[in-house]
Design a protein around this ligand. Structure first.
Ligand SMILES: Nc1nc2c(c(=O)[nH]1)N[C@H]1C(S)=C(S)[C@@H](COP(=O)(O)OP(=O)(O)OC[C@H]3O[C@@H](n4cnc5c(=O)[nH]c(N)nc54)[C@H](O)[C@@H]3O)O[C@H]1N2
Ligand SMILES: Nc1nc2c(c(=O)[nH]1)N[C@H]1C(S)=C(S)[C@@H](COP(=O)(O)OP(=O)(O)OC[C@H]3O[C@@H](n4cnc5c(=O)[nH]c(N)nc54)[C@H](O)[C@@H]3O)O[C@H]1N2
Ligand SMILES: [Mo]
Length: 556
């Protein structure tokens, strides 16, 4: 979101899901949407059936790549090199959209100079992607009438995640693939309401509706509405909070719906910091490992089925959710708990009889939500922001003004970003010769708290996935028990052969922390601009500790 906000002002994907069905070229970059965004992927499949070409850029030949016309298997962390080579090739072949670049962007000359060294051959050497595949993607993307660039964590979870994002946005600017129907730039959001959390101001620098916390007029509007004084400075993001805890500057933490004892990189270190807090409150629907470290645990209801409210998805669509089940035991609505807390902190005027009254207050303060009454949300089956009034129709895509006939109507031009390339922080050496990247499987969800609570025949348990050639060179057979060691720590897991991995690459998830806690291994190298950790690039060593125990054969 930082990258999109830098270029366009608003931190949101530019297109609607259905637009991917009407596009000519789809690039899934560092995203395994077949597994992680299956509903969105259905729209991708419809697009493919209607003739769109799919390119997948990922160091693993993922389930998503099975539907691709071309899979570009690159080295972990080499994305900027690849993006710059694509940009250079488009310019060298004269395929960029000159009118759009001249009329609606800034900084093209600096960008052209930054990509100049990235010839196809140089990029092939750095990324491992054959030059002809780079050329094919460059030409298909530039020649398409409409193209969509979609990315997720393979791009953002790096020490230079924001620069990675900017290097992809450059390509859309170069070809004018933004601000038109079915041409767009779309980061797919992770959790079902992570977009909504940001829209509501649950980020350190914005008030609800992305109103800037440094804007006096915006702040005073909220001061008056909420009877308080909002500090006129940015708060801390999660990484900065951990740093402040380590300095003993932040001494109490109120955690709602997050399990940082398992989801933080270098979790051994993170747990140590959480244990040093004077006071920690955890509000969750399960007794998580973080909750076990807390002084107070507040049992909450599950937002998606036990309460009323709204969620906002990756295409900025706000939808109603309704209570279907009574919550168990003492569990209470998240909002009710927070309102009670406000009363006890001396704000008895907080009075919201139901979720709708909270929402209506938001509509009165956040212009992009004003036209979204509960009635309209129900009638229309969800509405995308911005929706400033009761007669706003679906905006579908953002930034259409970049194409306005009259330059005066185009608003701020979108800047190119001549970002530098820098490889992963955790170095591959003789002692740590294998690159570990971490991510997701279809059958489990994040730290496994929710999916681990039910038995599923789909779930196989965690493995270290290795390229078979690498494994055999290390004397490791499929199913052998191995020790995995990084510069932070060490864990054990069964090895599994996966020929879809590039040589030198291993893969694990963070879904099974009770048995195998991968974040013991990951590096806490953060992007200074977004605070995101480099979950996607650790260096490891793998040692066999025990041969696979053959499963008993019936009758013996
Ligand atoms: N089934 C399931 N679905 C989920 C979740 C889940 O836990 N389970 N979690 C949700 C959440 S919170 C999120 S944020 C999303 C995440 O959704 P995704 O980002 O799609 O999921 P990941 O598997 O973490 O990473 C995506 C891909 O990045 C690739 N990758 C790794 N390193 C690099 C690199 O250097 N460059 C490139 N180009 N690619 C790289 C990996 O091989 C992987 O295939 O999924 C959401 N959906
Ligand atoms: N190694 C590695 N680590 C990673 C990643 C990776 O790719 N690799 N990905 C990172 C990413 S993208 C993410 S998003 C994080 C996820 O990290 P977390 O957000 O810490 O993990 P979750 O398991 O999604 O935890 C969400 C918690 O919210 C609780 N919850 C669910 N619904 C409700 C509700 O309605 N109310 C309340 N109060 N609680 C609720 C759940 O019980 C759960 O404990 O992990 C990060 N960590
Ligand atoms: Mo996420």
């Amino acid at each position: 979101m930082v990258g999109l906000a830098t270029v366009f002002g608003a931190g949101g994907g530019t297109s609607s899901y259905r637009e991917i069905e009407d596009t000519d070229v789809i690039v899934l970059w560092g995203s395994n949407a077949r597994v992680a965004h299956p509903i969105f992927f259905h729209h991708v499949l419809t697009g493919i059936r209607k003739g769109a070409k799919l390119f997948v850029v990922d160091p693993r030949r993922t389930e998503s790549a099975r539907w691709a016309d071309r899979w570009l298997g690159l080295h972990v962390g080499s994305d900027i090199a690849l993006a710059h080579a694509i940009g250079r090739e488009i310019i060298a072949a004269g395929l960029h959209n000159r009118a759009f670049v001249e009329g609606s962007t800034t900084g093209f000359d600096d960008y052209r100079a930054a990509v100049e060294p990235w010839t196809l051959e140089h990029a092939e050497a750095v990324t491992g992607v054959p030059a002809d595949a780079i050329r094919e993607l460059a030409h298909a993307f530039a020649l398409a009438d409409r193209a969509q660039m979609c990315w997720t964590l393979g791009i953002t979870e790096h020490h230079n995640g924001v620069d990675n994002v900017l290097s992809l946005i450059n390509l859309n600017l170069l070809c004018g693939h933004v601000g038109r129907y079915a041409a767009g730039i779309n980061p797919l959001r992770g959790q079902n309401n992570v977009q909504g959390g940001g829209d509501m101001g649950a980020i350190p620098n914005k008030l609800p509706g992305f109103q800037d916390i440094l804007d006096d007029a915006a702040r005073h509007k909220f001061d008056t509405a909420w009877n308080c004084t909002i500090p006129a400075h940015h708060g801390w993001h999660l990484t900065q909070m951990f740093e402040a805890m380590e300095r003993n500057e932040l001494r109490a933490l109120y955690v709602i719906g997050e399990n940082p004892a398992q989801s933080e990189a270098d979790s051994g270190h993170a747990i140590h910091i959480l244990e040093g807090l004077e006071h920690m409150v955890v509000q969750d629907i399960f007794m998580t490992r973080t909750a076990q470290l807390a002084d107070v645990v507040l049992p909450a209801t599950a937002a998606w089925c036990e309460t009323e409210g709204t969620v906002t998805n990756s295409e900025r669509r706000v939808q109603r959710i309704r209570k279907a089940l009574d919550p168990p035991g003492d569990a209470r609505d998240d909002a009710a708990i927070i309102i009670d807390l406000a009363h006890r902190l001396g704000h008895p005027e907080w009075s919201y009889p139901d979720a709708e009254s909270i929402w209506n207050e938001l509509r009165s303060l956040s212009p992009m939500h004003t036209g979204m009454s509960y009635q309209r949300l129900a009638d229309l089956g969800g509405i995308q922001w911005p929706c400033p009034s009761n007669d706003t129709l679906e905006p579908s895509y953002l930034h259409g003004r970049l194409w306005a006939e009259d330059p005066a109507d185009r608003g701020r031009r979108a800047p190119f970003s001549p970002v530098p390339w820098a490889g992963p922080v955790d170095q591959i050496t003789a002692e740590f010769p294998i690159r570990l990247t971490t991510g997701r499987r279809l059958d489990s969800y994040n730290t496994g708290v929710q999916t681990g609570a039910i038995a599923s025949p789909m779930r196989q348990g965690e493995t270290l996935d290795l390229n078979p050639d690498d494994a055999m060179r290390l004397g490791i057979d499929d199913g052998d028990m191995v020790r995995i060691t990084s510069r932070r720590g060490s864990i054990e897991a069964p090895a599994r052969f996966d020929a879809h991995l590039r040589p030198g690459l291993a893969f694990m998830t963070f879904h099974f922390p009770d048995e195998i806690d991968v974040n013991v291994l990951t590096i806490e190298a953060n992007d200074p601009k977004s605070g995101t950790a480099e979950f996607k690039a650790s260096a490891i060593r793998v040692d066999k500790i025990m041969s696979r125990v053959p499963s008993p054969v019936a009758g013996t």
